[in-house]
Design a protein around this ligand. Sequence first.
Ligand code: ADP
Length: 262
Amino acid sequence: KFNQKVEISGNDEISNLGKAFNLMTTKLEQVDKQRREFVANVSHELRTPLSSIKILAESLIHQEKVEEKIYKEFLKDIDSEVDRLNRIIDSLLSLVDLEKENLNLDYQITYVNYLIEKVINSLKPLADKKNIKIYYIEREKIQIMLDQFKIQQSLINVIGNAIKYTPENGEIFVELYSNSDEIIIKVRDTGIGIPEEDIPFIFDRFYRVDKARARKTGGTGLGLSITQQIIALHQGRIEVESRINEGTTFYIFLPKKAAVNI
Ligand code: ADP
C-alpha cells in the first residue's frame, strides 16, 4: 500500500522533504495501478483462448458419436487457439525483455535497405494470399547502426499490420528516405484505416480498435507497443496518420547517429 501521505504546512526543509515524499508516493501509486491493470489485462487475454479450448474440448468429450470431419474441425480450432496463446506469451516475453533496466541493444552497422527487403520478402506469402501488392521505394542506400533483430521485429509488426488491415487486392507502399539527421521508413496501406478517436491509444498494450476483427486476424494488441518501445530504445519515434476506409501511414524515424557513442 502506497497511500500514506504526510500532512504538510510551512516551507522549511522538513516540509520540502514531506512534499518530495508525497510526490514519490503518488508516482508509486501510479506504477502500482498500472501493474495491477497490466496483470488483469494479461489474465483476461490468456483466459479468452483458454475458455475456447475448454468449450471445444468439453463438447467433444460429451458428444456420443462425433463425425470425423467435425472432430477434425474442433481439433483444428483448438490448435489455432493454442497458437494464439503462444503468440501472446511470445509477445509478453518480448515486452518483459524490452523493459529490462540494463537492456543492451546489439548495435551493428546495417544497410537499412536490405533489412526492409528481407522483411518484405518474408511477408510476401501473407500478402499474396490476399492479392495485396507491396511496392518498395528506395530513395537512397542508407547505412546506420541499429539492432537488426529488434528493428526487423518492428518492421514485421508494422508491415504485417498493413497486410492484416488491408482488404484483398489492396496496395502497400514502403518507402525509405532520409533528412540530415534521421532516416525515415514510411509504410502506407490502402486499408480500413483507424478512427480518429482510437489513434491516441493504438500504441497502448492490448489496445485493439476492433476486438472481434483483431481476434480473427490473430492480433494480440501488443505489436505496436513493442514496436514503439524498440524504436524509443534507438532514440527514434513512430508516428501515424490515418483516414477511415482510405488507409493508414506509419512513419518510423531513426537517428542516423543512433549508436555512435555506444
Ligand atoms: P494487433 O496485434 O491487434 O494488430 P497492434 O498493437 O499491432 O495489435 O495494433 C493495435 C491496433 O491498431 C490493431 O488492433 C488495429 O486495430 C490498429 N492498427 C494497427 N495497424 C493498423 C493499420 N495499418 N490499419 C488499420 N488499423 C491498424
